[in-house]
Every structure is written in C-alpha cells, then in structure tokens.
Design a protein around this ligand. Structure first.
Ligand code: THU
Length: 160
C-alpha cells in the first residue's frame, strides 16, 4: 500500500522593526553590497550577507558571466568566502536581498537550488542551523530557522 507523506513548511514574516538590531544590520549590509552586483545580463542585483559566530559580517553580490552558467549567485560567493577564510567559524545567519537595476523597490527573491544546497552544506559543516532572512518587496522580511524548510527531502547523506 502506498503511503502519502506530507512535508510542512514553517517560516515567519516580520515587519522591519520586528527584526533584532543584528538582523537589521545584516539586512543593511546585504542591501548595500547588492549595489556592487556585476549583472549586465540579468540586471538582477542580489546582495547576500552572512554573520559569523564571531559577530563579523561578510557580504557579496552576484557576479555574472557572458557564458551564463559561469555566473555565481551572491549567496554561494559569500558562503565560499566564509568557508575559505574563516574555516573554524560557523555561519549564524544569512540575509538575502535583490533589486532590478534602476528600481527603487526591492524585488522578490528566493535562493536557487544550488544555493540552498550550499547553505545546507554549511549547516552540516558546523552541525548548526543557519537563520535565513529574505527581503520581501513590501518591506517585510521572511525568516526561516534553517535550510530544511527551503530544501525539504534534501540530499545530505552519502551513506543513507
Ligand atoms: N541570483 C542570486 O545571486 N541569488 C539568488 O538568490 C537568485 C539569483 C542571481 C543569479 C543571476 O546572476 C541573477 O541573480 C539572475 O538570476
């Protein structure tokens, strides 16, 4: 007999002033770095900022390439930098924002599959969930307590 299995996703939608000061700071860093996006092909400017366990914030924007698949998302760039330069520090949280070139308002964004798998790897590396903050166009912010909600039924065990 087949079994139906349901996966539920729980996350929060918060007004700006419901974020902690630290979260607001992280969002501001993501917003700021989005201006440095190299995105002449999509005109979609993404900023991602991570807070390490030490409190230090790192950030990156997306960097595209004329050979499209070579371009790299903001999230993977900043997570790769964190892993390479701070190999002993866990990532506590990541903030993600996006804006179309020339727009005043923030665009809707949600990390792509590769980036979700990369966030998952960072969680596995330190055995710690990473809080994920995503800017909404209406000014509110979505908060996910970890990657599980965004990437259910993920590949995370070579020996399962
Ligand atoms: N992009 C990111 O950097 N992060 C996301 O979460 C979504 C997409 C980039 C990839 C590409 O440079 C552009 O946005 C359009 O897909």
């Amino acid at each position: 007999m087949s079994k139906k299995i349901k996966i539920e996703a729980e996350f929060e939608e918060l007004a700006w002033d419901e974020l902690t000061i630290e979260e607001q700071q992280l969002m501001m860093r993501a917003r700021k770095v989005s201006a440095s996006a190299y995105a002449p092909y999509s005109n979609f400017h993404v900023g991602a900022a991570v807070r390490l366990d030490s409190g230090e914030i790192l950030q990156s924007s997306n960097q595209e390439n004329v050979s499209f698949p070579v371009g790299v998302c903001a999230e993977r760039l900043v997570l790769g930098y964190a892993g390479a330069n701070f190999p002993d520090l866990a990532v506590k949280e990541i903030a993600i924002v996006a804006r179309r070139k020339g727009d005043e308002i923030w665009a809707g964004v949600s990390p792509c599959g590769l980036c979700r798998q990369t966030i998952n790897e960072m969680e596995m590396r330190f055995n710690r969930q990473i809080s994920i903050l995503i800017q909404n166009p209406d000014g509110s912010v979505l908060r996910f307590s970890g990657i599980q909600t965004l990437l259910p039924f993920k590949f995370d065990d070579l020996n399962a």
